[in-house]
Write a protein that binds this ligand. Structure first.
Ligand code: HGY
Ligand code: MN
Ligand code: MN
Length: 419
């Protein structure tokens, strides 16, 4: 059955283009810019559009209290744990059109292709579109999959606020997603297996002209918020010796992050201060308060913690020398995830039997699969993206790579659903 699977590449590409129109990003000259923040009007339009596609195919659609969407093709033995795939359709500001969407629409096309090519599978096959994989609005990534896997306290989640101080609870219920967040959690063994299709968001596959990546592990992300409070005031009247310039402290702290991440000598240690909120943020006012958000990742959590200890030592030195307060707030500190050997071997077998070149690799980007690994044996399929670029409008994946990744996904889902 798996050899007759035909992917409708033209339809899949057209749907990716349509999904990219649900955006309020300024058009870009170097690609398709997409901004689709969770529970924004564009996000809700994209959700409604996806549900229509699924219902038109005769699949069942369910949405949970945080808006995770489950699109199910019932198997002949519907009580068995299903096989699942999926990803996200939210996008950070001024991003590209392939991050996450390839896994959602590719997953939908894989299910449709299986439906076209043969009989109903033994196990149900389910496509999941997760709420808020990106941390943009509520400051923590993988909100939907954390709640599904029980790795985020529902009350803490509902109290998360966006930049307008609107809580997740208020925003989700206004969007029509009601009910207790505790009801989102799925029981262990709810799924037989999980596979996510995603662009690599790195350069390795393209550089080695390999069309399929098989992810063996997903690096462990952690997020922290540092608030620096100094003494600011008039940029002309406040003399240099009297200042406690919070932005100068932030500058030293940011360089400390870079220094200690590089100092591990490990390519897998990455650390980024991606946001810097300056108060009061006026050109003629000495910054009195700055809030930094740190994103730090490593395949080795101990090494990640060692970098954090070094940064904390520098923070203490800064407190003493510059006489400021620096507070640290943990947003998340997650463990890495390992793919299941069985699912990896299954993907390898599919590639080998069809002569598809493939490469096993680590995912340094995090994905919802990081948390689905708490629920089921996982694996990820990567496809190349041009110059390894992602989270930018010039993010691009070739149509034939998208179609091939979707076909390998379909074949894997078919095999897993027959187990
Ligand atoms: O940040 C990440 O790794 C993911 O793209 N949200
Ligand atoms: Mn992303
Ligand atoms: Mn993604």
């Amino acid at each position: 059955m798996t050899t007759q699977i035909q992917i409708d590449q033209a339809r899949l590409l057209s749907e990716l283009q349509t999904l990219a129109t649900f955006t309020d990003a300024e058009p870009a000259s170097d690609g398709t810019a997409v901004t689709r923040i969770v529970f924004s009007a564009d996000d809700l339009r994209a959700r409604a559009w996806l549900n229509e596609l699924a219902l038109a195919e005769g699949f069942e659609v369910r949405e949970d209290a945080v808006g995770n969407t489950f699109i199910r093709w019932l198997g002949t033995e519907p009580d068995l744990p299903a096989v699942a795939t999926g990803s996200h359709t939210d996008a950070i500001p001024h991003a590209g059109m392939y991050d996450g969407t390839v896994g959602v629409l590719g997953g939908l096309e894989a299910m449709r292709a299986l439906k076209r090519s043969g009989p109903r599978p033994r196990r149900s096959i389910e496509l999941v579109m997760f709420t808020s994989e990106e941390p943009t609005r509520f400051g923590i990534g993988c909100l939907g999959s954390r709640l599904l896997s029980g790795t985020l306290d529902p009350d803490r989640a509902d109290a998360l606020q966006d930049n307008d101080e609107a809580t997740l609870n208020a925003v989700r219920t206004a969007a029509g997603f009601v009910g207790q967040l505790a009801s989102v959690r799925l029981p262990p063994n709810h799924y037989h297996a999980w596979i996510e299709l995603h662009i690599e968001q790195g350069p390795l596959l393209e550089r080695e002209t390999i069309p399929i990546g098989i992810v063996t592990s997903i690096a462990a992300p952690a997020g922290y918020r540092f608030a620096i409070t100094g003494f600011g005031g008039h940029a002309g009247a406040l003399l240099m010796p009297d200042r406690k310039d919070a932005l100068c402290v932030a500058a030293e702290l940011i360089l400390s992050v870079e220094k200690h991440a590089l100092a591990t000598g490990a390519i897998d240690t990455v650390a980024t201060v991606g946001t810097c909120d300056v108060h009061p943020g006026a050109v003629n006012s000495v910054p009195s308060r700055v809030v930094l958000q740190l994103d730090i990742r490593d395949t080795n959590p101990d090494r990640r913690e060692a970098v954090m200890h070094a940064i904390r030592r520098d923070c203490e030195e800064l407190r003493q020398r510059r006489k400021v307060t620096i507070t640290e707030e943990l947003v998340n500190a997650d463990a890495p995830a390992q793919s299941s050997p069985h699912t990896v071997e299954l993907l390898e077998h599919i590639c080998k039997e069809q002569g598809i070149p493939y490469k096993k690799l680590v995912s340094r980007a995090y994905h919802d699969s990081l948390f689905m690994a708490r629920l089921a044996p996982i694996a990820m399929i990567f496809i190349p993206c041009r110059n390894g670029v992602s989270h930018r409008p010039d993010e691009y994946a070739k149509p034939e790579d998208i179609a091939l990744g979707t076909r390998v996904l379909a074949q894997a889902l078919a095999k897993l659903a027959s187990e």
